[in-house]
Design a protein around this ligand. Structure first.
Ligand code: ACO
Length: 371
């Protein structure tokens, strides 16, 4: 038995939800480029859960359900008020999502109907939690969700308390579409491993949030913005990046385990970053990002991934940088729950083996004989 480090190249599940074939990403067989251009996030969530795009009536029904479920139990909001104000925002989200299970009477109902309903609830409630915590830690009151509007619109509204501009809603919606699912990424795998023990959907999503938090996965979008902030001005850019490359340090937002010729989602976010810069009348972040790409791709051959341009986009939308990864979770919970539902359809415990590399034939030593 020999281990493959990082399970690279190992096919660990069958799935009909999303595919990456020859560098092309599809959701249920539809190219992400088409979805980025035409679909709303609500259509994509429905597609991931049900395997087909919704009719108008089905879409209206889903948006109604989001409105019905978006309120978070008062005790969960009360819990958010108790967290230290400087908590890591992903740690706060992970804790709050875990606590949602305590207030859902069907948390342990394993029927498919109940699990689909819980997927819709989680999708509706994550934006409310992220926005509420962001306000509470600033000493502001949370804002109740609106009914009858999409997830992107509602999230921006709950975050600021103001009606978001149409252009901001559209940009956020597209970012949510692009992040919704991605085959067997680390957080989705974590979710599937958890529920394959026949644990509940809340446990699966809590595991996934924990995995997404790390800077090698979802946490990279925040790390990109930390880097842009550290660079500060275009004049510092080249020496800063060159120093990282010379010291073989990782440049966040570049590289990917599966895509070696570029992440198909990155071009949409790059375009969005340019458009938001033009709208804001400030191209600095976009131009700095382009210059970093030139240097890193030029010298290392590494291409930007989904996280690289999302950092400048979210910043230009006025979003604090430690909410970038929670926003990723707001989108990816659609994919996580689709995978959890798929895992339950044909479940088998996920229990791989380890290649043992420790001592053999060792013996118990009495305390007096230990060094
Ligand atoms: N900057 C500089 N060098 C890099 C980078 C990078 N961002 N990414 C990979 N490399 C180099 C590594 O140093 C390594 O070089 P070596 O062979 O000389 O040691 C080589 O490329 C292979 O890198 P690994 O880390 O082994 O590749 P792996 O497939 O394990 O990791 C990962 C992929 C984690 C995405 C990696 O590219 C990385 O750490 N990127 C930065 C973090 C990031 O942007 N994560 C977001 C990924 S997308 C997502 O999760 C949503």
């Amino acid at each position: 038995m020999t281990a493959t480090k990082g399970l690279e190249g190992i096919v660990a599940a069958s799935s009909s939800i999303s595919s990456i074939i020859d560098g092309v990403l599809t959701y249920r067989g539809i190219n992400i480029d088409e979805l980025a251009e035409h679909a709303t996030f609500e259509e994509v969530a429905y597609l991931l859960w049900h395997g087909h795009l919704p009719t108008q009536a089905q879409l209206d029904g889903l948006i109604d359900q989001f409105g019905q479920y978006a309120g978070v139990p008062a005790d969960v909001i009360a819990g958010l008020r108790l967290y230290p104000k400087d908590s890591n925002s992903m740690a706060a989200l992970r804790t709050a999502v875990s606590s949602l299970a305590l207030y859902d009477s069907e948390a342990n109902d394993m029927s498919r109907e109940a699990n689909i309903r819980k997927a819709v609830k989680l999708q509706a409630q994550l934006p409310t939690i992220v926005a509420a915590y962001a306000r509470i830690r600033e000493g502001k009151e949370p804002i109740a969700p609106k009914k009858g509007v999409g997830i992107a619109h509602n999230f921006l509204y709950m975050l600021t308390g103001e009606e978001p501009a149409q252009v901001a809603i559209e940009a956020m919606d597209k970012a949510l579409v692009l992040h919704a699912d991605h085959e067997l990424n680390a957080s989705t795998f974590a979710a599937r491993v958890t529920v394959a023990t026949l644990s509940d959907i809340y446990s699966g999503v809590t595991s996934a949030i924990g995995a997404l938090k790390g800077p090698l996965h979802g946490g990279a979008n925040e790390a990109v913005m930390v880097m842009l902030d550290e660079i500060g001005s275009p004049a510092n850019l080249e020496p800063y990046i060159q120093n990282k490359l010379d010291n073989k340090e990782k440049v966040m937002g570049f590289g990917h385990r599966v895509y070696k010729n570029g992440d198909p989602r990155a071009k949409h976010l790059m375009q969005m970053s340019r458009q938001l810069g033009e709208l804001n009348g400030d191209m600095t972040l976009y131009e700095m990002s382009i210059k970093i790409e030139e240097l890193v791709t030029g010298q290392k051959g590494l291409k930007p991934n989904v996280d690289f341009y999302s950092a400048s986009c979210y910043t230009m939308l006025g979003i604090p940088r430690d909410l970038f990864t929670p926003i990723f979770a707001i989108s990816r919970v659609s994919g996580w729950t689709a995978h959890i539902l798929e895992q339950f359809e044909d479940n088998r415990l996920i229990r791989p083996r380890a290649e043992y590399v420790g001592p053999v034939n060792a013996h118990y030593l009495p305390m007096a004989k230990r060094a």
